[in-house]
Write a protein that binds this ligand. Structure first.
Ligand SMILES: [Zn+2]
Length: 234
């Protein structure tokens, strides 16, 4: 009986029945046009998913100091990886920014325009990418190496990945645009305890795939009067 239950559980897992988000890669990968920014499998010796996009507790704590321009949300995904881990383009496109730090995420970054709708930004890179403005890149092509925003490679080495509108004005949730098994990726290595709650509307923005778009320069979305965890303004 125990084996039968185990088999059923495995089957349910395989079909994603345990998913809270509905983001099961086997069910709807075609709807999401981009791929992951790495061409290796996730793991402790390669890369992991550390922070989701959106109303994360980490972004909440630094919503004014770090993320004020992005309405207080973490407007990308963070992937912890050793310095020097190869990063690949998430889609075909053209390079429109090399070390364009007006969009942040230093010490080095790269920006690719994919079409009329989307850009991708790869931040905290180890060194200036060996690419030029106007150069064409293809999905899966190595476009840089991961680094550390603190430039130590021991502090918090990770890739910060954003997907924005073609005019840079809006950041979209990459989870809804990148085909991946996000439920599995979320099981390991999160930086914090998930999403901040507004106790006057505690169910809002609590899942990986229901985070709002960020309009740069707009008002803070999470300046809660009744937050949980407790308010903390550095
Ligand atoms: Zn980040």
């Amino acid at each position: 009986m125990r084996m039968a239950i185990g088999a059923v559980l495995m089957a349910l897992l395989a079909f994603g029945w345990t998913s809270h988000t509905g983001l099961v890669s086997a069910a709807q990968p075609e709807a999401r046009p981009f791929g992951l920014p790495f061409d290796t499998a996730p793991g402790p010796s390669t890369w992991l998913l550390g922070q989701l996009y959106g109303n994360t507790t980490g972004a909440y704590r630094t919503r004014v100091v770090w993320y004020g321009a992005g309405q207080g949300l973490h407007f990308g995904l963070d992937f912890p990886a050793r310095c020097g881990t190869p990063v690949v383009a998430i889609g075909d496109g053209v390079v429109i920014g090399v070390d364009d730090l007006s969009h942040g995420a230093g010490p080095h970054n790269l920006i690719i325009r994919h079409d009329d709708r989307y850009l991708s930004l790869y931040g905290h890179l180890f060194e200036t990418p060996d690419l030029r403005w106007g150069e064409t890149v293809t999905r899966g092509q190595i476009i840089g190496l991961t680094g550390d925003p603190d430039v130590t490679c021991t502090s918090r080495p990770h890739l910060h990945l954003e997907i924005r509108s073609a005019d840079f004005a809006i950041a979209y949730n990459p989870v809804n645009l990148i085909a991946a098994d996000w439920d599995a990726l979320m099981l390991a290595a999160p930086f914090g305890r998930g999403f901040a709650r507004d106790l006057s509307d505690p169910r809002r923005w609590q899942y990986a795939d229901d985070q709002p778009d960020v309009r740069f320069g707009g008002a803070l979305l999470n300046d809660y009067t009744q937050p949980w965890p407790l308010d903390w303004r550095p």
